[in-house]
Design a protein around this ligand. Structure first.
Ligand code: ZN
Length: 499
């Protein structure tokens, strides 16, 4: 007779394979699919998603999980099967706590809301979007009640992205980060600015494609189990841990965009490629959370890619492809240019220092709206006031302000993962410096493998076995805190700007 655990694994394999098939369809849609195929593709994807959903909420799974719990009750608490049952039960509870009717309402609301958002942003007319956002808030309040929470409804929404993280803890982390960043941004604004003019010029697409491939190969992205293609919005997607793909976009007049988007997506991809092979096709063979995923992309993009040693190593490659722009640039000049800080209106274009302020702003406004402290009609003014306070600039239009992100068409609670990722990245980065004292020299020689191996051991190979905050605790021997990100940013940027 097959054991309950064997049945659980067979069931998960089926659900995961369906998800992978859906990823292939999604990747194709955003890269090579002819426009005329859009309607069929949407129907194909809905068909698979419905199958996945039906499988995920089936009462039979609930019974199977109960049997599994009994079966693993005698094992050590850190055994893989115990973790698998725990994580699967969490998934099942989350999937079944929300009534099908609410899920349907959320899905149809967000596709309608997306269309309205596109119009509202195009015309920069917040009054078009306001009623939609009001409904988004009500639906998210209802969602939070269904999922359940101890202290704050936002906890429920946050948990979908960051299991175990609380609103109270985030408030504390952001309360420390906020004033430190505002001071640093203001100090930089008063300093002598860096010259990044050579990052703009003529950079033919074909050369950029070769260059970005060299960059992702240099950091350790395995192209035998991946590839890079062109798209409008860069992303990483996994068809299995043996086929993890990245995409990027190219601007023929600006080099930084494609280069750093490639390194960012390669960071995500290397995490997926390093997930535990022995747990393949189970609920444990996935990232610990969105925040941990983002910590990997940010580390490779910012700490490595925008770090001095990698600039020194990679400058000759830039000069090889674009001698006119980089032939006479020094490593120090390159390092300063790729770390230029400039308060800007748009989150996705923000630099490493100002980025977290964009997130804190959204977090504070989401909570105020969810609590009913901020009326939707007052959002544009609240947004502009926060931008002025944090970054010293005011958006001239709402499309460059509160209408810029797609997120509020659907759900609340996803923005913090970006900053959680930066916090985790800085704490891991600090730890790896103490454990691998020769890392800088190694990267300067073009060998990033010591860092990748360290991340494989401490982060990737754990899959989803640990809660994200426990993963950080295990890897760095202390709970997540804001000190490392604050110290890292102050250290790096006060040096660059001579402060
Ligand atoms: Zn990312």
């Amino acid at each position: 007779m097959t054991s309950a655990m064997q049945q659980l694994k067979a069931y998960q394999k089926k659900v995961i394979r369906l998800g992978e098939i859906s990823s292939v369809l999604g990747w194709d849609q955003l890269t090579y699919m002819p426009p005329g195929a859009a309607a069929d593709r949407a129907d194909q994807e809905t068909t698979i998603q419905m199958l996945i959903h039906e499988l995920s909420v089936s009462p039979a799974v609930g019974k199977l999980l109960a049997a599994c719990e009994t079966e693993v009750s005698g094992l050590e608490p850190d055994a893989d099967d115990v973790a698998l049952v725990r994580v699967s039960k969490r998934d099942y509870d989350l999937a079944t706590k929300v009534p099908a009717a609410l899920i349907e309402e959320l899905v149809s609301h967000s596709s309608m809301a997306y269309e309205v958002w596109v119009q509202a942003r195009q015309r920069s007319d917040f009054s078009l979007f306001a009623p939609v956002l009001r409904k988004t808030i009500v639906l998210n309040q209802r969602l939070a009640e269904c999922i359940g929470y101890q202290d704050h409804p936002y906890d429920a929404l946050l948990n979908e992205h960051e299991p175990g993280m609380s609103t109270a803890r985030l408030r504390q982390l952001f309360a420390e980060l906020r004033p430190a960043l505002i001071t640093l941004v203001a100090d930089i604004a008063n300093a002598t600015q860096v010259d990044a003019s050579f990052m703009h010029g003529d950079f033919p697409l074909a050369s950029q494609q070769e260059l970005t491939l060299e960059a992702v190969r240099a950091v350790g992205y395995d192209l035998n189990h991946g590839r890079q293609d062109k798209t409008v919005h860069p992303f990483c997607t996994s068809f299995s841990r043996n086929d993890v793909r990245i995409t990027t976009r190219y601007d023929e007049h600006m080099l930084g965009g494609a280069l750093y988007a490639s390194l960012h997506e390669a960071g995500h991809a290397m995490y997926e490629q390093g997930l535990p092979s022995e747990l393949e096709l189970t609920a444990l063979c996935r990232a610990a959370s969105s925040g941990v995923h983002e910590s990997q992309s940010r580390m490779w993009e910012n700490m490595v890619g925008r770090g001095g040693p990698f600039c020194t190593y990679f400058l000759p490659r830039l000069a090889h492809y674009f001698p006119g722009s980089f032939g006479s640039v020094t490593p120090e000049q390159l390092y300063r240019a790729v770390n230029k800080v400039e308060p800007s209106l748009i989150r996705v274009e923000a630099d490493e220092v100002t980025y977290n302020l964009h997130i804190i702003l959204r977090f504070e406004l989401e909570i105020a709206m969810l609590e009913g402290r901020l009326d939707v009609d007052d959002l544009p003014d609240a947004w502009d006031a926060a931008m002025q306070e944090m970054l010293g600039i005011t958006p001239p239009t709402d499309s460059e302000g509160c209408l810029q992100d797609v997120h509020w068409s659907g759900g609340f609670g996803s923005f913090p993962a970006y900053s959680i990722g930066n916090l985790i990245a800085a704490q891991l980065w600090n730890k790896v410096q103490t454990e691998l004292p020769n890392l800088s020299a190694s990267i300067e020689n073009g060998d990033c493998s010591p860092l990748l191996n360290w991340l494989r051991e401490k982060v990737h190979s754990k899959g989803a076995k640990l809660f994200p905050m426990d993963l950080v605790l295990h890897a760095t021997a202390e709970p997540l805190n804001s000190r490392y990100l604050i110290d890292y940013l102050n250290g790096k940027y006060r040096d660059i700007y001579g402060l």
